[in-house]
Design a protein around this ligand. Structure first.
Ligand SMILES: Nc1ncnc2c1ncn2[C@@H]1O[C@H](COP(=O)(O)OP(=O)(O)OP(=O)(O)O)[C@@H](O)[C@H]1O
Length: 206
């Protein structure tokens, strides 16, 4: 269970998130929608431990999020792939630093994920050689390498055509089957309605 209790986040004394409380059961897929500037990305960054907040608590299974960051994966809007590394190297970088598994095992895991995401032929390609949809799938595969319990996505379909949007939707629904809790920021209400267990409107008045 991911629990947000009375969360308040300010930037330079401007309140962006005002006393927000939310409970997300394990394995749920929720979408955060709302107007531009409403605080969706900020909320996602607070949940993923990338942003400090003034008041309230964010707990994963009753533990403060600050101690649980390694259980939370983030897929950024512009993917944040390392341009000078191949697809495989992008997947291996963080687990090589954080995981106790051998490089051989990690490589096999990465190759398995890339096959599953239909990226088997792109293993040794660089990000500039990939399409938007392929970059998106590499970013999701990279997040999965750390076996997260929660994955946060910021606008995962904003750069994709409708067909690729549907394939990302199918991928997220598939991950739901594995019990991963997913939080998706999106402007796309149709996409949200297709995939979400619950949709939350983030629309804070300043
Ligand atoms: N690092 C920062 N410093 C100061 N203000 C910030 C910072 N990051 C975000 N903000 C402000 O916080 C507010 C919420 O921004 P946020 O990016 O969370 O909104 P959003 O709902 O994700 O918007 P969009 O849908 O346009 O991506 C905006 O007014 C933004 O200018």
């Amino acid at each position: 269970m991911l629990t947000i209790k009375n969360l308040t986040k300010k930037f330079q004394n401007k309140t962006i998130i005002d006393n927000l409380s939310l409970e997300i059961p394990k394995g749920q897929l929720i979408c955060l929608v709302g107007p531009s500037g409403g605080g969706k990305t900020t909320l996602l960054r607070c949940i993923s431990g990338l942003e400090h907040f003034e008041e309230g608590e964010i707990l994963l299974d009753n533990q403060p999020i600050s101690t649980q960051r390694n259980k939370i994966g983030v897929v950024f809007q512009d993917y944040h792939l390392f341009p000078h590394m191949t697809v495989l190297e992008n997947l291996l970088l963080a687990p090589k630093l954080k995981s106790s598994q051998s490089v051989e095992k990690l490589t096999a895991q990465a190759q398995g994920l890339l096959e599953q995401f239909e990226l088997g032929e792109q293993v040794n390609h660089y990000p500039y050689e990939l399409s938007g949809g392929q970059k998106q799938r590499v970013a999701i595969a990279r997040a999965l390498m750390l076996t997260p319990e929660v994955i946060c996505y910021d606008e995962p379909t904003s750069a994709l055509d409708p067909q690729l949007r549907d394939s990302v939707g199918a991928m997220l629904l598939n991950l739901k089957e594995n019990g991963i809790t997913q939080i998706v920021v999106t402007h796309d209400h149709t996409f949200a309605q297709t995939i979400a267990d619950k949709i939350y409107e983030v629309n804070v008045k300043y």
